[in-house]
Design a protein around this ligand. Structure first.
Ligand code: F6R
Length: 248
């Protein structure tokens, strides 16, 4: 699917899940693995719900899927309900037949002195399995993709970052207060995301309208890292009418 504005994010999510399912099946027919880059947050929830339905009701198999999540808070225990590790199992992995050893999520408990080495290994593992076939993205109000906050370099790789104040404020309700939101995270970089052969960014609701306008119509700039996607040849922006409402 190409850039598109939908009146219902549910319907849009079903189409995106359908594209992912077709990719998984095509790869399977060729005897190949399908490497998926996955996002957390509210935006992809219905895509995952539809993938679970396709697995349960239509026999979609995830046996040939290898997944890499974009990011994780740091420090963060994987069994903490706020962790992205927990989120992914709750919304997707616990309900499908992906092999546990094929699931990759940045480790929020990696000791500080091992972070650089750990991030390089995460990056190397993506390359070793053939690179990302498909990257699913949401977008933060700062213009972040993954947790690549304003200032992120076009050629950045997987690394530890400091979360923007606005990002922490947006996460505050689910952490019962901004003081409980971690100050750091591990994220795939802009170059990691750009290396994906296909990218689909989801944005729903009026509160994303301003950043979506900047992302699609603004100048490419590190101050809105999502604008880097303008240079990627196979990216689609999937929006609802609220998120698209500021576009000219
Ligand atoms: C999540 C991620 C973030 C979110 C973004 C939007 O893994 O990388 O970039 O996609 O913060 O979050 P929601 O979808 O909750 O509005």
């Amino acid at each position: 699917i190409h850039n598109m504005v939908f009146s219902s994010s549910d319907h849009a999510s079903q189409l995106v899940a359908g594209e992912i399912a077709d990719l998984i099946k095509n790869k399977k027919d060729k005897g190949e693995n399908c490497v998926l880059g996955l996002a957390t947050g509210s935006s992809p929830i219905n895509v995952y719900a539809e993938l679970v339905r396709l697995h349960k009701e239509e026999g979609l198999s995830f046996e040939n899927v290898i997944s890499f999540n974009l990011d994780e808070y740091w420090p963060m225990d994987e069994d903490n309900v706020q962790s992205y590790h927990y989120f992914m199992h709750e919304h997707l992995f616990n309900h499908i037949n992906i092999k546990p050893e094929n699931i990759n999520i940045p480790n929020g408990k990696i000791p500080q002195e091992k972070i650089i080495e750990y991030c390089l290994a995460y990056e190397a593992k993506i390359k070793d399995v053939g690179g990302l076939d498909f990257q699913l993205l949401g977008i933060g109000r700062t213009g972040h993709i993954g947790f690549n906050e304003p200032g992120s370099h076009y050629n950045s790789g997987t690394r530890m970052i400091t979360l923007d104040h606005l990002t922490r404020a947006d996460a505050a309700p689910s952490f019962h207060g901004i003081s409980n939101v971690p100050k750091k995270a591990i994220t795939m970089g802009i170059s990691t995301v750009r290396s994906a052969r296909r990218i689909v960014l989801l944005a729903w609701g009026q509160n994303k309208a301003e950043v979506i306008k900047e992302t699609i119509e603004g100048e490419v700039s590190p101050s809105v890292p999502a604008t880097y996607l303008q240079k990627h040849k196979n990216t689609s922006f999937i929006l609802d009418t609220g998120a698209a409402s500021e576009l000219t």
